[in-house]
Design a protein around this ligand. Structure first.
Ligand code: UD1
Ligand code: CA
Length: 502
């Protein structure tokens, strides 16, 4: 089998710099969907006819389908002309058997439908088969005209149709199957003597009938599969319909989706059984979600891998790997290169980038972790900044296994904190911390006794302080004179009862 995909038309109604068939639906270009369906029937050759904006279309098609034959149609002189250009591009390896023609703007098309159509065409030994559909509003389509016994007589284009023919609701979807030898012989005989002044591929039906060859139509039940997109209103409707189908398919294979209407799953995403998706989730690109994981509400994951049993709440993540049983969110931002180990945690208001966070390690609150490696079982204190950028270049920070770092730390990269090390609250780590050491960099605290009473006299603050102090007061003095002590990291964590607090 040879498949010809027509993609030369302009698509001016999209009003876009981007060629129509390159617009995405469910994360894949429209032509990408069609080529995927086409590949499903395992054709010997695929020819794509390009014309308008072919500098955009040709590389895209070649990247999706190496080995594709590209045929250039300089001027769009009709579907018959386009197929002729495609056949010429195959000169030297003339197709035999069946030639299928499809359009590049019908993203809902399924391989199974193409396969069934081709099978029927071959079994009936027809010269031409039409994939037809019965629609409510046939406006714009070629009508299938049948004779008294119901055999297909012709396809009549809208502009060439009589008023009676315009009432026919069986239409040409545009997908046609040909006997290759007949097609090669018929194409040069098409004429452009019609209302559009174009070479109609559909006129092959009439030529086959004249030659006494078999012609037939296969009515597709699911006519949406052959629907094209012409403008951005139809593009949105198509996107919604494709999403509805994708989400329904996943639900039937064992995924719970609380609100299908607000759940968006791209065509290339993969979901395992017993995944639960809460409202407002977008799983984009090649995202994979493992068994028993719960995603949502309100999360966008693009090209991410979520491990089995993980929990991802109100999160925006891109090119990130979330380990099995890990917890992410709410309000987390995982940027490319984030790898969170099994049972790890990236908590509220935490941003990560190029960060390898080990198994069971936690970054629970209000932190930025960039260009970092954090060992297993380590806990990073609240409000920690991995200062990876010195204004010129990016540097890495490594934190060892089972370390405990204090709240409000800054790790000035490049720097290394050893296994089992600790850092005190407010530490600015500029030098490496050996394994097991406690790093302290903040200045000792001084309390200026009753400073508020003298400097803020008459304020509510001062009267609250006065009320709390003993009546006999020793007067203002600097308590640091009593001797400074190095701060022990006893209360530095803003903890929530987890690893953090002590
Ligand atoms: C065509 C069919 C019509 C069918 C309808 C279904 C013909 C004569 N008519 O009409 O029976 O009901 O599709 O949508 O075949 N293209 C090229 N080169 C060209 C012309 C078209 O590559 O010179 C491509 C277009 O990019 C498009 C497809 O062929 O993908 C169909 O072309 P279009 O002009 O939309 O055909 P219709 O007039 O809609
Ligand atoms: Ca059309």
């Amino acid at each position: 089998m040879t498949v010809i995909v027509l993609a030369a038309g302009g698509g001016t109604r999209m009003k876009s710099k981007t060629m129509k068939v390159l617009h995405p639906v469910a994360g894949r270009s429209m032509v990408g969907h069609v080529l995927a369906a086409v590949q499903g029937v395992q054709p010997r050759r695929v020819v794509t006819v390009v014309g308008h904006q072919r500098e955009q279309v040709a590389p895209h098609v070649e990247a999706l389908l190496p080995g594709v034959v590209l045929a250039v149609q300089e001027e769009q002189r009709g579907t018959g002309h386009a197929v002729r250009v495609a056949m010429e591009a195959l000169a030297g390896e003339e197709p035999s058997g069946t030639v299928l023609v499809a359009y590049a703007d019908t993203p809902l098309l399924q391989s199974e439908s193409l396969a069934r159509f081709a099978e029927e065409h071959e079994a009936a030994q027809r010269a031409v088969s039409i994939l037809s559909g019965v629609v409510e509003r046939p406006t714009g389509y070629g009508r299938i005209v049948r004779d008294a016994v119901g055999d297909v007589e012709a396809i009549v284009e809208e502009k060439d149709a009589t008023p009676e023919q315009r009432d026919i609701r069986e239409i040409n979807s545009g997908i046609l199957a040909f006997d290759a030898a007949f097609l090669a012989e018929a194409l040069p005989r098409l004429s452009d003597d019609n209302a559009n002044g174009e070479y109609y591929l559909t006129d092959t039906v009439h030529l086959a009938r004249e030659a006494g060859l078999h012609v037939g139509a296969h009515v597709i039940d699911d006519v949406a599969q052959t629907e094209g997109v012409n403008d951005r209103v139809q593009l949105a409707a198509m996107g919604r319909e494709m999403n509805r189908r994708i989400v329904e398919r996943w639900m039937r294979s064992g995924v719970s989706v609380m609100d299908p209407d607000t759940t968006w799953v791209d065509a290339d995403a993969v979901l395992h059984p017993d995944v639960t998706l809460l409202p407002g989730v977008q799983l984009l690109g090649a995202t994979v979600v493992g068994e028993d994981a719960v995603v949502g509400p309100d999360s966008t994951l693009q090209d991410c891998e979520v491990g089995a049993g993980a929990r991802v709440v109100r999160t925006h993540a891109q090119l990130a790997v979330i380990g099995a049983g890990a917890n992410v969110g709410p309000f987390s931002y995982l940027r490319p290169g984030t790898v969170l180990g099994a049972d790890g945690k990236i908590g509220a208001f935490v941003e990560t980038k190029n960060a390898d966070i080990g198994a069971g390690a936690k970054v629970p609150h209000l932190s930025y972790v960039g260009d970092a490696e954090i060992g297993e079982g380590t806990n990073i204190g609240a409000g920690t900044i991995f200062a990876n950028y010195d204004g010129v270049a990016k540097h890495r920070t490594t934190v060892g296994r089972h370390a405990r770092t204090g709240s409000n730390n800054t790790f000035v990269a490049p720097v290394a904190i050893g296994d089992g090390a600790s850092t005190a609250g407010g530490t600015v780590v500029r030098r490496d911390v050996p394994p097991g050491a406690l790093a302290v960099s903040s200045a000792p605290q001084r309390n200026l006794a009753e400073w508020v009473l003298s400097r803020r006299a008459g304020t509510a603050q001062a009267s609250a302080a006065a009320a709390a102090l003993p009546v006999e007061r020793p007067g203002v003095r600097d308590s640091s004179a009593d001797g400074a002590q190095a701060e022990a990291p006893s209360e530095e964590h803003g903890g929530d009862g987890e690893e953090q607090s002590r």
